[in-house]
Design a protein around this ligand. Structure first.
Ligand SMILES: [Zn+2]
Length: 447
């Protein structure tokens, strides 16, 4: 029996209410025991990891990544995306279906799952698209994709605009026991807007995308959830108004869940203005903002919102309104971003900066570490019913060790991801995943 001991770390496993400095034993790729047992003296040193001063948790679970394969391998592949995941502390990722072709058949789902098993550095699950070709016209074969292993359905990147189709999708999803995950942006209200509609969009002369574009769609889907009993999962929630709607829907007992991204929790539309145009309050928070005015790396859908939105998202995360922190990792090539703001592709390469950004909130005292870990592990696993996010006896030894005090600088050139698109280039963070393990095997070790 091959054994590995992780000793003297602060083990945080929110699913079991564990938060203590103790040891963890891995045997044959599974979690054997968490507790203050002594490492046997005969154990060779390569079978002991000293985690003193570090945090040992279940491997992180990301419900929202764009791995871009098949079809956009110039942006990312399942291999490079999962290497980035491992480096960010994630051991399980859920791929979005807006590839080329769209993941909308059994064979497409099987391709992603199989490639993930063969080439992935971490565990790969996939969603299937709700409508064929993500065109919001005709439902995909949801049942067949569920059989093949799709864990949820979404037209992410697009919104299911047709309410009747959304109703039918929810009815099927209910029978299949899978959620419909919705990217909420009413295109008629987005109307080609590139950034949050507000003071700064007016200042910069950039076309705005109002909070109402998200909120009207969320309100509609809550009504459809009530009508059908089907589960709706709201992706990358970005506004204070959406938080109020979801809070009320949950209080009503409706089967809704929601995720929030590290970038919407930490960054605001000030970052689009960048540099010396940033408001003093934001500058006070960050000290220095590396972006410059019209930096296309700040373009993301939904857009970075106002400060009051970011504050409301953070408060909601602390209050348990959210079910998951998800990165919406959206890698793009330099060419996709090297153009004027309105023409740039939307998205941030987020897997490798997520923990740094979240730890920035922790060090500021805005988020406690066990809450951060909870929404990166047990809660997302529950939301999509994934066998992950726990250090229970017998669970696969998917483990992430975080050094909460390690200072490091965001250098996109060094990313494992092909997507170097981040507004955080040059920022120094404190806190990083230093060891990532899948099934007891180390898949990332910080240098
Ligand atoms: Zn999306």
């Amino acid at each position: 029996m091959s054994e590995l001991w992780i000793v003297n770390g602060r083990v945080i496993d929110p699913g079991q209410d564990i938060d203590e400095i103790t040891n963890l034993v891995v045997a044959d790729g599974k979690v054997e025991e968490v507790g203050a047992i002594q490492a046997p003296s005969y154990l060779p040193s390569e079978q002991i990891i000293d985690a003193s001063g570090k945090v040992v948790c279940p491997g992180f679970v990301d419900l929202h990544v764009h791995l871009r394969q098949p079809g956009y391998e110039e942006k990312e592949t399942i291999l490079t995306g999962t290497l980035a995941a491992a480096a960010g502390g994630f051991t399980t990722v859920v791929a979005m279906p807006n590839t080329r072709p769209t993941i909308d058949t059994r064979a497409d789902v099987e391709f992603v799952m199989e490639t993930g098993r063969r080439e992935g550095a971490v565990r790969v699950y996939t969603t299937g698209s709700v409508t064929k070709g993500q065109k919001s016209e005709e439902l995909s074969e949801l049942g067949e994709m569920a059989e093949a292993g799709a864990v949820a359905f979404t037209d992410d990147g697009h919104t299911i605009t047709n309410a009747k189709l959304m109703r039918h999708a929810l009815e099927y999803a209910r029978m299949l026991g899978r959620p419909i995950a919705q990217h909420c942006e009413d295109p008629s209200l987005v109307a080609g807007g590139y950034m949050h509609e507000g003071r700064i969009s007016a200042l910069l002369g950039l076309r705005g995308n109002p909070s109402a574009a998200e909120e009207t769609m969320v309100a509609r889907d809550i009504a459809l959830c009530r009508l059908t009993g089907g589960r709706v999962h709201f992706q990358h929630v970005s506004t204070a108004g959406t938080v109020r709607l979801i809070r009320a829907a949950k209080e009503e007992g409706l089967p809704v869940t929601a995720e929030v991204t590290p970038h919407h929790l930490t960054l605001t539309d000030d970052w689009v203005a960048g540099g010396k145009w940033v408001s003093p309050r934001i500058l006070d928070r960050w000290g220095h903002i590396p972006t410059y005015p019209y930096d296309t790396n700040t373009r993301v859908a939904p857009p970075l919102r106002g400060e009051e939105d970011a504050d409301a998202l953070l408060e909601a995360l602390r209050d348990g309104v959210f079910d998951a922190i998800a990165t919406d990792h959206a890698p793009h090539t330099t060419v996709d971003k090297d153009c004027e703001y309105g023409l740039a592709a939307s998205g941030i390469s987020g897997l490798e900066t997520a923990v740094g950004a979240l730890m920035w909130l922790v060090h500021r005292g805005d988020l406690d570490l066990p809450t951060m870990v909870r929404y990166l592990t047990v809660e997302p696993a529950r939301t999509f019913k994934l066998p992950a996010g726990t250090l229970r006896h017998g669970a696969p030894a998917d483990i992430t060790i975080v050094d909460p005090d390690l200072e490091w600088k965001v250098e996109p050139e060094g990313f494992f991801s092909k997507g170097k698109n981040t507004p955080l280039a040059g920022v120094t963070f404190r806190g990083k995943a230093v060891t990532t393990m899948v099934g007891g095997r180390v898949v990332y070790q910080a240098p």
